[in-house]
Design a binder for this molecule. Structure first.
Ligand code: CO
Length: 197
């Protein structure tokens, strides 16, 4: 599925797109209109994320090239209270330190690998009303959300977690990437945008 929503349009029934869909490679455009359509779309993104049992979902993962992602980092553990959050036009400033975490991605089913991320940073974003917020996150202090937002923010720049892997790590997941490429070809009749390295 290679849906490329026009800027002001959000799908009524967003569906997860998987590697190697080209939309996952496209830098997403800023959100400039904070209207009811945006809010309704974010609710539909939460539904997709829950169906797929994810802790985060970026708009390009449902074919919408806009700078939006949703998270619910508490879903990682059973029994924790849900913590659904919407992040619009997010950006990270003042990153410090590095940390390594084993990540997966709904658009890369069956692939998990350790990725190097910033340990501490400040994230700025807008809410559904367009109001600005900021928060300091510290992965080393136990804030798993700090990993999730870095992974999701990458999606808005057309970057996927597999891009961060070393050649050796990539070798270990190559077979699975080829399987996903084959599935995509069978479903769409297109090659998409496979990783070439
Ligand atoms: Co992802």
């Amino acid at each position: 599925m290679d849906k490329t929503a026009s800027p002001a349009e959000y799908p009524d029934q967003p569906a997860l797109v998987r590697y190697p869909a080209p939309v996952l490679r496209r830098p997403a455009a800023a959100v400039t209109l904070f209207d009811a359509q945006l809010a309704a779309f974010c609710q539909r993104m939460f539904a997709v994320m829950e169906d797929e049992r994810g802790v985060g979902l970026a708009a390009p993962q449902v074919g919408v090239s806009r700078r939006i992602f949703v998270t619910d980092h508490a879903r990682r553990k059973d029994g924790e209270e849900p913590c659904p959050r919407v992040w619009i036009n997010p950006r990270i400033v003042s990153p410090e330190g590095t940390t390594v975490y084993e990540e997966g991605c709904l658009s890369f089913p069956g692939i998990y690998a350790k990725v190097k991320r910033h340990d501490r940073f400040t994230i700025h974003w807008q809410d559904l009303a367009g109001a600005e917020h900021s928060e300091n996150l510290d992965v080393g202090a136990g804030q798993f959300l700090g990993i999730v937002v870095q992974h999701e923010l990458d999606h808005l720049d057309g970057t996927v977690f597999v891009d961060h892997l070393t050649a050796v790590q990539l070798g270990l997941v190559r077979k699975r990437l080829k399987e996903l490429e084959k599935t995509y070809r069978e479903e769409t009749g297109k090659a998409g945008s496979p990783i070439r390295r």
